[in-house]
Design a protein around this ligand. Sequence first.
Ligand code: PMP
Ligand code: GLN
Length: 380
Amino acid sequence: MNHISKLPNIETTIFTVMSQLAAQENAINLSQGFPNFPSDPKLIELVQQALRENYNQYAPMPGALILREAIAEKMELLYQRDYNPATEITVTAGATQAIFTIISAFVRPTDEVIIFTPAYDCYAPAVEVHGGKVIPIQLKGKEFSVDWNEVRSKITTKTKLLIINTPHNPSGTVLSKADMLELSSILENTNIILLSDEVYEHIIFDGAQHQSAALYPKLAERAFITASFGKTFHNTGWKMGYCVAPKALMHEFKKVHQFNVFSVNHPMQIGIGKYLKNPKNYLGLPAFFQRKRDYFLNEIKDSRFTWKPSQGTYFQVLSYENITDEFDTEFAKRLTREYKIASIPLSVFNTNKEDHKLLRFCFAKTEETLAQAAKILNRI
Ligand code: PMP
Ligand code: GLN
């Protein structure tokens, strides 16, 4: 049979490539972003209880009510915005499914979607598989800052969607209040939908306030906000997440959602719903992860790598410009094979694959693992 690929240029995601190489080489895996410590036993118990209580059939299509209510309470507490659990919140199979479904519900062939590069790798393929056109805008310099004039200049009558991600994967930078106000004024009086990927909302450092689109009325009225329980509660393998949006947008989302998954894992929704009701279960996360960032950076302070401390996410970008000229994908693979430490090269997240001698390391690890990793990095 002959097929013409819908995604001829897409290869296996870097997360699979590097995690497989790490396993094969028996290397410390700081590449793919996942914690190597367990979820809170209280959360595990709540999920087990839900299994025993026989929440084992289909959940309601938009998600278990207890979880949608807990999400609404959290959005109100953190961002002072009301989302109606009945019409404005949907529980998804991770943020990935939410993102894909948003794009699927709105992007038509030839529509343009603005993304900022380096960009998390699930955005562009989802746009392209629906016939949309990705309009990449490169983040500038070592600060990975947005040139808002460039954004203005790239908006056309075909722009359907603009995707932001703060705290930002892979760079570990965050958008400021001034950034959000600029964006708000750019999008005002347009029909552009905003997809605000906020999966790292609880992993932000040095006392900064997470700039959710929910905080800005003119953004919130056009925004889907996506979130990931995997990132928040240390269980990426559960693939649980959600999105919120104003009613009219969510109505369109659900038309697709009901036919691409219908609903997601029921017992986990019940367990997470009960757990999320207690804000103590997420308010301590910034401090928890900041200790890990600070520990890791202190352990590598005498290495030849250079960096700006991560402002958010559980990733630290390290520059190796003082070490070698090698292309970052080659260097990341060599470090895995020869030094037994795996990372993610940043060039793969740039549309033009430009390499700035940067590697991303995940510090959502036990101190023991971070100490072992630092020992290796200090030898390079
Ligand atoms: N967006 C970003 C920026 C991510 O880093 C990830 C990975 N957690 C996702 C979306 C997908 O999240 P999930 O694992 O919940 O599908
Ligand atoms: N979000 C994770 C990361 O950035 C990876 C998720 C995945 O493997 N698809 O490392």
